[in-house]
Design a binder for this molecule. Sequence first.
Ligand code: 5AD
Ligand code: SF4
Length: 451
Amino acid sequence: MKKLFIKTYGCQMNVYDSARMADLLTPLGYALADGPEAADMVILNTCHIREKAADKVYSELGKLREMKEEKARTGDKMLIAVAGCVAQAEGAEIVKRQSAVDIVVGPQSYHRLPELIARISREKGHALDTDFPVEEKFDTLPEEIAVGGPTAFLTVQEGCDKFCTFCVVPYTRGAEYSRPVAQIEREARKLADKGVREITLLGQNVNAYSGDGADGEAWSLAKLIRKLAAIEGIDRIRYTTSHPRDMGDDLIAAHRDVEALMPYLHLPVQSGSNRILDAMNRQHTRDDYLRLVERIRAARPDIALSSDFIVGFPGETDEDFADTMALVREVGYASHFSFKYSPRPGTPAATQKQIPEEVKAARLEELQTLLFAQQRAFNTSCEGKTMDVLFEKKGRQAGQAIGRSPFLQPVHADHAGHLLGQIVPVKIESVFPNSLSARLLNVPCTAEAGS
Ligand code: 5AD
Ligand code: SF4
């Protein structure tokens, strides 16, 4: 067996892609290793969304080069591949900057990795593939799929046609593409057969999903979710990431009607200022977003909301930022991701006059203070409640297990080590900033017996 190490940066889509790359290389005799030291092949599956993410790749490549040279001294080889969005964005530049790299492969052409590996072993030099054959990719990825527990990601849609002025995704992942319904259903059934109870449907613009159904119609995400919810064994469904413009009535209704659809929605707003939303080309106003949240909450009152925010977008004034703070107060988020604006090469906003770094930092701190307080308040509101947890893995303490609540909060419980893969009602006993502690309903508070 040859050893393969994949390091994944960035979003959940990359996590899915890394798993599929491993599936693809398993038939070639590669088994996953825990670290790069002993690996015959290392893949960095990279992220280009912000400058920091992209920079990390080059420092990692420097370390890998040393390992590769060390191995060469003893006659061993190490193939180095750069995959993902940095590969797509920078292409041949990567081998110019770091000649130890053997393969550069984009997110839509990684199904050709076996070919690229064969080419490298035949010929000297580097192999590069940054085409966009997204349909071919999904048609040729192996049906065999490895699962790592009771939850799994399933990519249903890729790419983006929105062109927000800060974002590289439309350039690195390409135009919107939705996988056909039957292909997704097959993959979901395979996951369910292997014990997966919860699937998270992935797409850069997942709620713009419009995939071919067997009936010749284009299916919406809501229709797809209803179909997948009927699969025996699939008890929980989530999806991410959504755009406010594509939050259709049928998807909102699915949150009301489909029991398996979890009460958690990541719905990025980015900014609360109409002026900035317009400059970002978000194609909705602050009010559109607030009305949307009202409609979603009317359909599913207990839904936990989450969002992405960018502070310090070019031209953002104190008033614009105050609008973001006010929107956050008005909505009330259960969780969040927030970032300082990072100019990305090739995107329209990158060439505009930039906001000073200290202003960005101060705004981010103010915003995060509010958002973390909201997160704590949401977690505290769960104290004493009973909720279902899907236990995913063992905890650090003997007998402890860790899972997720319907609202995606990590929950740990004692005496639950035997419940991995099961959905179990628990009582939330105490609350931490990022997690909850719970007791199994059938275990008295003073229970000593472990499992
Ligand atoms: N700078 C900062 N944050 C960004 N994001 C996307 N592009 C940038 C950028 N240039 C954030 C957005 C997006 C999330 C995935 O990353 O908030 O929703
Ligand atoms: Fe990027 Fe905007 Fe598309 Fe999201 S909707 S991937 S932020 S361009």
